[in-house]
Write a new protein. Structure first.
Length: 136
């Protein structure tokens, strides 16, 4: 890889966002900054494991949204739910259900859309356990 910044600012198959009416409508006021994009993603997705805590009871169809993989398909679903820009406030019932992967994929896709080099990282969440717990 000669220029990693160039490489990480171009979409991959999972982060590619095609020029189609629904997607471009959602992205019309997309922020230019990383914090703005993070806020936009948080306004677009609802974590499946936190839905109950926000008072959202998910039926089978809504729960199955967690299986939508690509950023484009997540945005297509967001457009079906509410066809306004992603920066316009969405109630939890108007957000697409996802998990940590989806927050990452959509964040990377939106940053790359703005030409911001970004990549997804994964690891092992040691913070999910207490120091007293030993990994086996």
């Amino acid at each position: 890889m000669k220029d990693p910044l160039h490489y990480y600012s171009k979409p991959s198959p999972v982060t590619y966002l095609p020029e189609e009416k629904g997607i471009t409508n959602l992205l019309r006021d997309l922020p230019e900054t990383v914090p703005g994009i993070v806020e936009t993603v948080q306004n677009t997705l609802l974590h499946i494991f936190w839905a109950d805590r926000y008072g959202e009871r998910l039926n089978e169809k809504r729960s199955s949204e967690v299986n939508i993989r690509s950023a484009a398909d997540k945005l297509r679903r967001a457009y079906e739910i509410k066809n306004t820009g992603l920066t316009e406030a969405r109630r939890n019932s108007e957000k697409v259900v996802g998990n940590c992967r989806d927050f990452t994929v959509l964040s990377v896709a939106l940053m790359r859309r703005k030409g911001i080099p970004s990549r997804a990282r994964c690891g092992f969440g040691a913070y999910f356990s207490t120091p007293e717990m030993k990994l086996r």
